[in-house]
Design a protein around this ligand. Sequence first.
Ligand code: R5P
Length: 300
Amino acid sequence: MSDIIGGTFAKGIAHSLNLSFHAIERREYPDSEVCPRIKVQGELEGPVYLILRPKQDQNLNAYLTEFLLTLNNVAEHVEQIYAFMPYMVYARQDKTFRPGEPLSSKIVAELIEKSGATAFYTLTVHLHRIKLKQIFNIEVQNLSAIPLLAKYTKETYTFHNPVILAPDDEALTWAKQFASEIGSDLYVSIHKERDLNTGSISTKMPDIDLGGREVIIVDDIIATGETMISACEHAREHGAEYVIGCAVHPVLVDDALSKLRRLNLEGLFTTNTLPSKISKVDVRDVIVHAIQERRGTISE
Ligand code: R5P
């Protein structure tokens, strides 16, 4: 038998797989320190699937600490732990962009490994200059949420001649996959440069006529919303019939959501790798499938 440990998100997965579930009581002290407590029901038999995503609006550093503390805690009891972090924090720092910065993605990977994970799973990770396998020594899997985003788009909106727009060159890989999933013949990317000191972005749209075509912007992360806003403005300037904005991970800092809502997009949605008001696409089936594969219980 296996056990699933996590929050409410993980509970649904345990239910789908008919596995025993142990909830985590996620306590935070007034000084912001965290103290996650596993409410073990009976004995932990292992292997354990630890599936934990941040709480709504949770500080991502507090979340990472919770994740590592829980891993260490589970490792006291069982040997095999499959750790699922649906949104991998610190992945964007996959290079020391400026002298003196840490290679944070690798350091976080080492912390996860040292905390006792046997294998690490995440979804649509933002690593471009380095691969997940290069920062971990344990087994890793980067599961894709793009097919689910595409499926939701197809089921929810009507379009005839869609163009998939990647808001920067790095997102082109996701735009390409999305285009193939929805059967579009055109995907393009905007060239984006970010000032590493101020964080501000400058963009250049390719010379393309979007007249009468529906534009679907696909990205991995929406954080401040600036990238999505800029991509939407470009699409409209080039004649888009309407614009839909979607992404995998709704990091949504500060007033990002209000700014995005003011764009009056035809659609704005993400997956639920993080909880948010626009987390409309449930990725739990992808995790269920990964666990079934691991356990060898997939029925064809
Ligand atoms: C960057 O390369 C990512 O793929 C996203 O485009 C970026 O993280 C979005 O950030 P923001 O919403 O702050 O512009």
